[in-house]
Ligand binder design. Sequence first.
Ligand SMILES: [Zn+2]
Length: 298
Amino acid sequence: MLNLDSNNASAKPINCPICRTTGTYLFSKYDCSILYCQKCSHQFADIIPNNHHTQTVYGDHYFNSGGDGYPDYLGEAKLILDHGKRYAQLLKRYMDTGTILDVGAAAGFILQGFTQSGWQGKGIEPNAEMVNHDCKSLGLSVEVGSLETISTSDRYDLISMIQVMPHFFDLRQALSNAANITKPNGYWLIETWNRDSLTAKICGQHWHEYSPPSVLHWFSPNDLEQLATQFGFYKVICGRPSKWINGAHIKSLLRYKLERSRLGRLVINILSIIPDNLAIPYPAEDLFWILFQKAEAA
Ligand SMILES: [Zn+2]
C-alpha cells in the first residue's frame, strides 16, 4: 500500500470502496499498486491519500503542465463550455431545468454551459487558481472546496460530476455528501472512464487512465451503478458522450504516452503540425455517462 503520509509497503491491501472486499494485486504503475475486487470487479489504487492529496495532485501543474493533466485548460474553454451545453440539452428529455452543483468545476466552463441553458447553480473546485481565474467575471459562483468536505444547507436538483469520480480521495464520503445535498427525486449526472471499454482492454496497462496518484478509481458502468444504488440512486439512462479537445491537448497526451519509444517520438514529430487551437473530436469509446435519480425515500 502506498500511504501518501508514510510509505508502508508491508501493510495489507486496502478494501474495495464499493463492496469492502480486500483488494487483489493487479499490476503496478508509477510506483503504485493497482488492485481489483474479486467480488464486484472494481479497480482502485492501493493508496491512502492524506489531507493534502487534492492540493498536491490538482495543483496548478494539473491544469497547465500536460502529462496526464491538461497542457492549457483555459485554452479549451469553448470546448468545455459546449460540453456543458450538450449535457444541458440532453437532460431536457428527463428533467426540468433547476439548480445544479457542478463538482470539480475548475474555471466554471461546464457550469457556464448549464447556466447559459437556463440552470442556476454553483461549482466547487479544489484548485484556488482555477476558481479565481474568471468565475466572477463570467457571473459564476464557484467556491474552493471538495465534495468530501463540503458543508452546506443548500439542496440541488442536479449534482454533476463530469470526470471527477476517479479522483475522489474518499469516494464514499464524497457520494454520501452528494446524496445529502440532492433534493428528493433529484439527479446525479456522472461522466467517467470505462475500464471495460475496448480501448482500455486493447491498451491494457498502457491505457491512459492508469495514471495514479491523480486517478484513484477505475469504473465500469456496472460497478458505478452498484455504488450509486448504495446511496439510494437508481440508473435512469446511460450513454457515451461526444467529446472535443484541442490540438495542444492531444499533442501533450501523445508526448506523455509515446516519447519513451523511437516510433513514438516519430509519431509525435509527424503530428506536431497539428495547430494548437484546432478542435479535434476525441474518439470517446472509453468514456461513458450515467444519469441517476434519487429514490423518493432516500
Ligand atoms: Zn468490490
